[in-house]
Design a protein around this ligand. Structure first.
Ligand SMILES: *[C@@H]1O[C@H](CO)[C@@H](O)[C@H](O)[C@H]1NC(C)=O
Ligand SMILES: *[C@@H]1O[C@H](CO)[C@@H](O)[C@H](O)[C@H]1NC(C)=O
Ligand SMILES: *[C@@H]1O[C@H](CO)[C@@H](O)[C@H](O)[C@H]1NC(C)=O
Ligand SMILES: *[C@@H]1O[C@H](CO)[C@@H](O)[C@H](O)[C@H]1NC(C)=O
Length: 361
């Protein structure tokens, strides 16, 4: 978090805190909503997998009254808030348990530890990579929708009206490139070449999504990974609030992603891709919204995994923390991110448009 003071986050938060009716949209703004991503969107897809990247135990979800909790936060995640802002009465169900006609409203494929590259996150166990989310699970959903609508033209029309939100890439860094003891990528690629390599893969994947009928796609950039408590514990910061070298190599990916989004919009007929700029959204002074702790987790974390230790009592002032565990933001930060992705507070929050304008155009 940059120490620069802005009041924008404050205004965004206050408008929700003071006027909660804004959260309750009368009508669904899109017929369907699909999420592809990692732990920032995952709402239960990893529960039955053999992996340590799980959130189905206390104290995860302590502010989300559901069992098992299944969210990598104390409460709602970004996907929950976006569904809410778009007028969905219920969260979008995880692919692992979505059944019957509910899939017509969309499916959440996200999986903790997953990446653009199939191998990212491997050292934690099983995960559903972006390739698997797209090439297997989403295709299964499309064939189920086709069975239900019974007309290919109708299916394509339907899929083109949905919103697709994609949040991928963090694990290709924190659970790949930045772990040379497990992955050779940092030996094989300079930061610049690695960003280029990831973007080439991501480009192919976003084209597959387009070829699977998607037209309105919000692609989240990678956040300030150098500010994660996990990285602050691993690397010296040299007087800075974050590990700047990590933020710098991630920025190489984000810069290329912006160019990719522009190219997709130019080259694919009818494509409406947009970039959600987490760098912009997370800049500003967190104390303006009452956040006091930016560099330590709220729950008691395991020294090996950086996730919450089961059944330990977390901090009680959760709205004063940016981080819930060593990797994942608290619900209050997820609210800010989703709010600004949906309705940009400053123009740099989204490029070319925010989600609100994306679903209207
Ligand atoms: C399929 O749906 C399209 C668009 O809704 C419609 O024009 C067409 O007549 C339908 N075809 C059949 C065989 O029902
Ligand atoms: C720390 O910062 C100083 C000044 O910017 C720079 O000269 C030095 O190389 C940095 N050291 C490390 C280890 O990054
Ligand atoms: C993203 O946000 C950063 C920080 O505000 C800004 O420097 C950059 O230009 C933005 N990118 C886009 C594509 O708007
Ligand atoms: C978007 O945010 C602006 C203030 O930045 C507010 O006036 C407007 O009502 C918001 N629109 C929606 C649909 O939430």
């Amino acid at each position: 978090m940059a120490p620069k003071v802005t009041k924008w986050i404050l205004l965004a938060i206050l408008s929700f805190v003071m006027k909660p009716e804004i959260l309750i949209q009368g009508q669904q703004q899109v017929p369907c909503l699909f999420f592809m991503g990692d732990s920032q969107f995952d709402n239960g897809n990893n529960n039955a997998l053999l992996t340590t990247a799980k959130a189905n135990y206390q104290p995860y979800g302590i502010d989300y009254p559901d069992f098992p909790p299944s969210r990598f936060s104390n409460g709602r995640n970004i996907a929950d808030f976006i569904a809410q802002f778009l007028g969905f009465a219920q969260p979008i169900p995880p692919f692992a348990t979505a059944r019957g006609s509910e899939i017509l409203k969309g499916v959440n494929y996200a999986s903790g530890a997953a990446g653009i590259l199939d191998e990212s996150g491997r050292q934690l166990g099983d995960r559903i990579s972006l390739n698997k989310q797209l090439l297997i699970n989403h295709q299964i959903t499309i064939s189920r929708i086709a069975l239900s609508l019974r007309n290919r033209t109708k299916v394509n029309e339907y899929l083109s009206k949905c919103l697709y939100a994609v949040n991928m890439g963090s694990n290709d860094y924190i659970n790949n490139y930045l772990l040379p003891q497990y992955y050779p990528t940092s030996v094989l690629y300079t930061p610049d070449r690695f960003a280029e390599f990831l973007i080439r893969r991501f480009s192919g994947q976003l084209r597959i999504l387009y070829n699977s009928g998607a037209r309105k796609v919000a692609v989240f950039g990678i956040g300030l990974l150098g500010c994660l408590p996990q990285e602050l514990a691993r690397f010296p910061t040299n007087g800075s609030a974050c590990v700047d070298s990590i933020n710098n190599i991630v920025q190489l990916f984000n810069d290329r992603l912006v160019t990719l989004i522009g190219n997709l919009n130019t080259n694919l007929p009818g494509a409406q891709f947009t970039y959600i700029n987490i760098t912009s959204i997370s800049s500003g002074d967190p104390t303006a919204i009452g956040i006091r702790v930016v560099n330590a987790p709220c729950c008691i974390v395991s020294a090996t995994t950086g996730q919450c230790v089961p059944n330990q009592v977390p901090c009680s002032n959760r709205n004063e923390y940016v981080f819930w565990d060593n990797f994942h933001p608290t619900e209050i930060v997820n609210l800010v991110t989703a709010t600004r992705a949906y309705n940009a507070t400053v123009p740099s929050d989204a490029y070319p448009v925010d989600i609100l304008r994306l679903v209207q155009q």
